[in-house]
Design a protein around this ligand. Structure first.
Ligand code: PEP
Ligand code: MN
Length: 255
């Protein structure tokens, strides 16, 4: 079975960073070269866009970029799988599969993923109750609790100022009542760059085991979700504060 890069000791908070979508070798390289030397890298290969005309991800071309960069330096790649037919293709480069909010209820996909022994980040659907979310996690049961990572990414609410409503209550509840790792995606929760770092700090205070944050070297030209991406300087700032904050909780930041 693959080593789970997210299966850390309880006193660690892991930070996954990377673009919403893999767009080019240069884009990824700039993130890998960041002064914090991140080794847990997210990036969409297959995107599930709300609009069919929006950028759908580079597909195999994106995987070639990852394969090439991995030959130069080691890092763990975390990417979303949107369809059972993509799994085999993604396996050689992917350390951790992500199931997106739009697919939390896709039980056939979850059942299939449970066969590979590779950790899965299961995002909460837009309007899933905690019970429904845990119900979905049951389909991954065969992976073992250490390989099931629940990701709070905000839920739909009546409010429209922010992209979603970041439910940190769920993090507190899940940490107290389930054996799973619980991480937070402050990027999709808030939807705007200026709020992302503060939401990340709040997530750490709520007890999250990790964070998954969208970072782009040039958010202004991002092909998806540029409005919520941190640039590299903003990543530096966030990491600086996260290091201090995790110490307060007697934890260590790992990235
Ligand atoms: C993403 O991580 O880029 C994404 C699409 O997230 P979500 O499934 O939470 O909307
Ligand atoms: Mn995104």
């Amino acid at each position: 079975m693959e080593k789970n890069p997210l299966n850390f000791r309880p006193n660690e908070v892991f930070l996954i960073v990377g673009p919403c979508a893999v767009e080019s070798e240069n884009q990824l390289r700039q993130i890998l070269d960041h002064e914090t030397r991140p080794t847990l890298i997210r990036g969409g290969i297959h995107k599930m866009r709300t609009n069919a005309k929006s950028f759908q991800g580079l597909g195999d071309e994106g995987l070639d970029v990852i394969t090439k960069l991995k030959k130069e330096r080691p890092f763990d790649f975390i990417t979303e799988v949107t369809d059972i037919r993509q799994i085999e293709n993604l396996l050689p480069t992917t350390s951790v599969f992500q199931v997106g909010a739009r697919n939390m209820y896709n039980y056939e996909l979850l059942k299939e993923l449970s066969r590979y022994g590779r950790p899965v980040i299961l995002k909460r659907a837009f309007s899933a109750t905690i019970t429904e979310w845990l119900g979905a996690a049951e389909y991954l049961f065969n992976l073992g609790e250490k390989n099931i990572i629940l990701c709070e990414r905000g839920v739909r609410s009546f409010d429209n100022k922010l992209r979603n409503l970041l439910d940190l209550g769920s993090v507190i509840y899940l940490k107290k009542n389930t054996p799973f790792k619980v991480i937070v995606d402050p990027s999709h929760s808030m939807g705007y760059t200026q709020y992302v770092a503060d939401a990340a700090y709040a997530a750490v205070a709520a007890g999250a085991d990790g964070l998954i944050v969208e970072v782009h070297p040039e958010p202004g030209v991002a092909l998806s979700d540029g409005q919520q991406a941190l640039n590299l300087a903003q990543l530096t700032e966030m990491v600086k504060t996260l290091k201090k904050l995790t110490t307060v909780f007697e934890k260590e930041l790992r990235m």
